[in-house]
Design a protein around this ligand. Structure first.
Ligand code: AMP
Ligand code: MG
Length: 479
């Protein structure tokens, strides 16, 4: 198995990570290989699919040149400070430079216990592995910055959760796995040297134009503002926006109890442990700002001796979120509504539509897709109560008529509003089948999601909302 590793994180001091090998598993078996991503990474997908390759993906045969490690980090979980988290069940194999020249981490998630496992078993089961694979690849197909899924394998071992499930390992690829919580880890230890090294590493790796810690805060703030606007435009709810789950590179990371909304409601929550709605859809921007404040706070020790000035500067940098996010949100929803040159009033038009959707219990994805088509009035069918929508529609029709040809409008909107998202009930269906050893629904869904804007006739069922019996109201944290 040839992988051209080029490891940079491993050159950081010892206290950044714990070097260790994955724990071998009993009987590795293949669920999926992402051939396109393998090609991007310069890895031979055929070699990955051989028994040797599968062993590597299961952690039984670490490839030559790897520098396997568990990374240290801390974080706020649901607002509570946890001074030490770290990779409790993920092992970074190393980094490669992809064919676009971009540095990427390759990590095995579920590869066995590490010094950071606390009471956990270091393992993963096929449910969360399949969910992360499907959802992260769908996000990528829809143009959202995200970690990727290179492969999924079964381990031939059982993992005990609410019951015993088949174990699995996801091979995750990311620009890096550095999190807000990585900075917090060193700040909490008052380790200025580590903070300085980490800051330089992140600047070199992700934001080469950043001039120092303060400017890094600005860059990360902007990246997060743009990311969250994309989530909002797709009705995506991350579910666990803890600071250890916020990537410094601005990628969506750690798909746990996440989901795309079916029926739109701004207060929608998915995680069963999120009882107070901390990570509800509409709260995602403000929670990001809260997380960014933790990030900025962790950089204060290396922002000069004048602490008051550092705080004032950092605060100002984070406050840039509001304008960048507002612009990104407006651009996102203007594009969803087919408007190329946003003007005054367009944002209000989008807000009004969302309001009618919430009141009328409309399916988020299907409403925008129906609006994209030749008879937008048909979108009314996506509402349980379309009264508000009927009043809204003429205003939008008048506005969009100023944009030129109908054909162009449809083309633009079809390319912006997906027909397919990984609907929760379909993901659950794929997982249920996987539990019985049948990965066909997983493969079918994964393939369809690769072209989310083009709905093949034979995949029409995948675009349907859940029937009342199919509705999944919560996804569980039993990961
Ligand atoms: P997550 O909820 O997946 O973002 O994980 C939060 C923290 O718990 C991280 O430090 C994980 O590494 C750790 N963790 C989650 N599941 C396990 C597990 N099964 N074994 C060990 N550590 C785990
Ligand atoms: Mg996490």
């Amino acid at each position: 198995m040839q992988i051209a590793f080029d490891n940079s994180y491993a050159a950081l001091p010892d206290r950044f990570f714990a070097p260790l090998l994955p724990t071998p598993v009993k009987d590795p078996g293949l669920i999926a290989i992402n051939r396109d991503l393998a090609a991007l990474l310069g890895i031979d997908a055929d070699a990955l699919s051989t028994p040797e390759g599968i062993k590597m993906l299961a952690g039984n045969a670490p490839p030559e040149g790897a520098a396997p490690m568990a990374q240290a980090y801390a974080g706020h979980q649901f607002g509570n400070w946890v001074p030490q988290l770290g990779d409790g069940r993920a092992i970074l194999l190393g980094e490669v430079i992809d064919t676009n020249g971009q540095r990427r981490d390759i990590q095995l998630k579920g590869a066995g216990p590490t010094p950071f496992s606390r009471r956990g078993d270091g393992r993963n089961w096929i449910g969360p592995v399949m969910r992360e694979y499907l959802v992260s690849e769908a996000m990528h197909a829809m143009g959202v910055p995200t970690t990727r899924a290179l492969a999924a394998v079964t381990t031939g071992e059982r993992v005990q959760r609410e019951r015993a499930y088949p174990g699995a390992i996801l091979t995750r690829v990311a620009s890096s796995h550095i999190r807000t919580g990585t900075f917090q880890y060193f700040a909490a230890r008052d380790d200025k040297e580590a903070l300085t090294l980490l800051t330089q590493h992140v600047i070199d790796r992700h934001y080469p134009s950043a001039t120092g810690p303060l400017d890094l805060i600005r860059h990360v703030t902007a990246a997060q503002a743009r990311l969250i606007a994309k989530w909002m435009g797709l009705g995506f709810i991350h579910g666990v926006m803890n600071t250890d789950n916020m990537s410094i590179a601005g990628e969506t990371i750690d798909y746990g109890p996440c989901a795309f909304m079916d029926v739109y409601h701004p207060d929608q929550v998915f995680s069963s442990i999120d009882r107070h709605g901390r990570y509800a859809y509409r709260r995602q921007p403000e929670i990001t700002v809260w997380n960014l404040a933790q990030f900025a706070t962790s950089l204060l020790p290396i922002m000069g001796d004048n602490r008051d000035k550092a705080i004032a500067d950092a605060t100002e940098a984070i406050h840039e979120f509001a304008d960048i996010y507002a612009d990104a949100w407006e651009a996102e929803f203007a594009a969803k509504l087919g408007l190329t040159a946003p003007t005054e009033g367009d944002a209000a038009l989008a807000y009004d539509l969302l309001k009618t959707m919430a009141e009328g219990r409309a399916d988020f994805t299907r409403t925008f897709r129906a609006l994209s088509g030749p008879s937008p009035a048909d979108a009314a069918q996506e509402f349980a109560d379309a009264e508000g929508f009927a009043l809204w529609l003429p205003a939008w029709m008048n506005r969009v008529a100023k944009e030129g040809s109908e054909n162009d409008r449809m083309e633009r909107m079809f390319a912006k509003n997906p027909a397919l998202i990984p609907r929760n009930h379909r993901v659950e269906e794929a997982i249920s089948a996987g539990l019985n050893g049948d990965f066909a629904p997983f493969h079918r869904l994964n393939k369809a999601l690769a072209t989310p804007y083009d709905l093949a006739l034979e995949n029409a069922d995948l675009s349907l909302p859940p029937s009342p019996e199919e509705r999944v109201t919560q996804t569980f944290c039993g990961t």
